[in-house]
Design a protein around this ligand. Structure first.
Ligand SMILES: NC(=O)c1ccc[n+]([C@@H]2O[C@H](COP(=O)([O-])OP(=O)(O)OC[C@H]3O[C@@H](n4cnc5c(N)ncnc54)[C@H](O)[C@@H]3O)[C@@H](O)[C@H]2O)c1
Ligand SMILES: N[C@@H](CCC=O)C(=O)O
Length: 543
């Protein structure tokens, strides 16, 4: 029954709490961290509304304290992928037919639970599971996730309102159907908000979903899943499984009901998925929607007119917050020769004050990288730089995995603008810098544009307005999110819709209408009130 058109106006962004000494939020998070550490969680998969425990228990350790065990998750097999598909297909019809306002209110309630009752637990599971300090957890697992849910409800309401023209005697309407089949959400380790957005955006549109997070994000993913259930999400709408990626891929990508993938992760994995899906599209009922946000090699281009402190701070925050494990992290910087020494000096001075350690000690700015594989990969780049006479490490360079996966914030200076660390995504606390002739700004723009295959984020730091205009125009295709006099990280939902092009993804902008359109399939319906009863047109009559 449709008894009215209900409005979901543009929401405000969830305010970021400050966790100052003595604040109530600081007391709450300290309590939550202690409680989470005092227990060993037993974490099931969620399939068709059932908690599924397989007995194959995998331990979860904080990356900054690997001797501690936070709990265990139950790993699934091919059988659980099949069960999740079946559950999604069974739940599909009832979910698609549920009135929009009922669906919307589940997600709005979940947003309020995240920003209220469970704020400390969303933050706590993210801090401990992914080694984020409180500020990094707050902007991700609480503010960005609540924003994704609230803004998407607003954006989808706006889409539903979009209707075509009518000619006399005819009524036209557009139905925004969900896709025919199930949607797969495959999510990365680094953002709890991305983990939450990738399954909920298609679900909001009436699709049912299989959600496979990275193993290293399960501690916060299961917290969000429990919140969705408390908010009223019906059984089978989102099915959370912990299965090896290729096993899941083999089954889902060969299933006739596979309708789309919402992926965020590395470019290599996405390329493989695209190829597998494209090999024989005849096996599917419809062409699957393929949405992927992938890697980056994000630049900061500094002009000779730049404010030195602005430049040094954009690099310090942009490169090292959350240990550089943001797809948006500043990882290559171009310093003009006239102020390069001053920027380096201030950057190194800032880095020297960055404390590294556990998330429970709030004075630590730097925590650990996600796991041993990442630690080893990042350390290799640093060690190769140490052994290369043509490059210099001007800050950091040490790493130690005895207690946790700790890597110092590291700055590599190279005289070769195409040195490996200027081109490849390292995904850790490593910034590479190249000093260019301050009079060759235009040539350097070209260098920035052609050095890496990625085009995710980038920043220009300058005070000269003509230069800002020039860089904005010439680097149009080099970044999907472009920043002027700021760090290239920290996009906010509703303000800077996020996503990149080239090897950085399909640029379907998470948390925007552009993204939601990918999970909808429009049906145009024409109704003629008084239809013709003779095939002949007036032009056929004799004069
Ligand atoms: N562009 C963006 O918006 C954005 C945001 C966050 C992270 N990222 C990118 O994500 C990467 C870091 O995250 P990650 O290490 O979790 O990425 P990843 O590619 O290793 O993993 C992403 C997801 O894919 C799964 N997976 C891995 N191999 C698979 C396979 N063969 N088949 C099916 N699934 C498979 C993983 O288990 C995980 O769930 C970086 O490259 C980063 O730039 C991009
Ligand atoms: N949206 C985040 C990055 C997400 C990728 O890791 C930012 O803008 O920093």
């Amino acid at each position: 029954m449709n008894l009215g058109y209900f409005n979901y106006p543009m929401p405000a962004n969830e305010p970021v709490l400050q966790y100052a000494p003595g604040s109530p939020e600081k007391t709450e998070i300290k309590k939550a961290l202690a409680a989470l550490k005092a227990q060993e969680a037993d974490i099931p998969m969620y399939i068709g509304g059932e908690e599924v425990r397989t007995g194959k228990k995998i331990a979860i350790h904080p990356p900054h304290e690997i001797q501690h065990t936070l709990g265990y998750f139950h790993e699934g097999t091919a059988e659980h992928v099949h069960a999740a598909i079946e559950a999604a297909m069974q739940a599909k019809e009832a979910w698609a037919n549920m009135p929009w306002e009922e669906r919307a209110h589940i997600f709005l309630k979940a947003a309020d639970l995240i920003s209220g009752k469970y704020r400390a637990y969303m933050n706590g599971t993210t801090m401990l599971g992914q080694s984020k300090n409180i500020y990094q957890a707050e902007i991700d697992s609480v503010c960005e996730l609540a924003d994704f849910l609230r803004f998407n409800v607003h954006f989808l309401s706006e889409i539903y309102k979009q209707q075509p023209l009518n000619a006399p005697g005819v009524h036209n309407r557009t139905e925004w159907r969900p896709l025919e089949g199930f949607v797969l959400a495959v999510t990365p380790f680094n953002f709890a908000a991305i983990g939450g957005n990738l399954p909920t955006a298609p679900a909001m549109c009436g699709n049912t979903v299989i959600w496979k997070p990275a193993h290293t994000q399960i501690f916060s993913a299961q917290m969000f899943m429990r919140i969705l259930i408390e908010a009223g999400l019906p059984a089978g709408v989102i099915n959370l499984i912990y299965v090896d990626g290729p096993i899941m891929g083999d089954i889902c990508f060969s299933h006739p009901d596979f309708a789309g993938i919402h992926f965020t992760g590395s470019t290599g994995v996405f390329n493989k998925m695209w190829k597998t899906i494209g090999e024989d599209t005849g096996k599917y009922k419809s062409y699957p929607r393929i949405v992927g946000e992938t890697g980056g090699k994000d630049f900061v281009l500094i002009h000779k007119s730049a404010d030195v402190d602005v430049a040094a701070t954009a690099l310090a925050r942009g490169a090292f917050e959350f240990q550089g494990q943001k797809c948006s992290a500043a990882s290559r910087a171009y310093l003009p020769s006239n102020i390069a020494d001053a920027i380096k000096e201030r950057l190194v001075a800032q880095i020297k004050t960055m404390k590294m350690g556990t998330v429970e000690d709030f004075t630590n700015f730097i925590n650990a990288v996600i796991d041993e594989r990442s630690f080893d990969k990042i350390s290799k780049y640093i060690d190769a730089a140490k052994n290369n006479p043509d490059v210099t490490i001007i800050a950091g360079g040490n790493h130690d995995k005895s207690k946790g996966y700790f890597i110092e914030p590291t700055v590599i200076e190279t005289k070769d603008p195409r040195y490996v660390s200027m081109c490849e995504e390292i995904f850790g606390p490593v910034l590479s810098i190249y000093v260019y002739d301050a009079e060759k700004f235009e040539e350097t723009i070209e260098l920035v544009n052609t050095t890496s295959p990625y085009a995710l984020t980038g920043a220009v730091i300058a005070q000269d307005r003509n230069v800002i205009a020039l860089a904005t125009e010439k680097l149009r295709n080099a970044a999907g999110n472009f920043y002027i006099n700021d760090k290239p990280t920290g996009a906010v939902v509703g303000q800077q819709p996020f996503g990149g092009a080239r090897a950085s993804g399909t640029n379907d902008k998470a948390g925007s209408q552009l993204n939601l359109y990918r999970w909808l399939s429009a049906r145009s319906i024409k109704e003629t009130f008084v239809p013709p009863v003779n095939y002949q047109y007036p032009f056929m009559q004799e004069a």
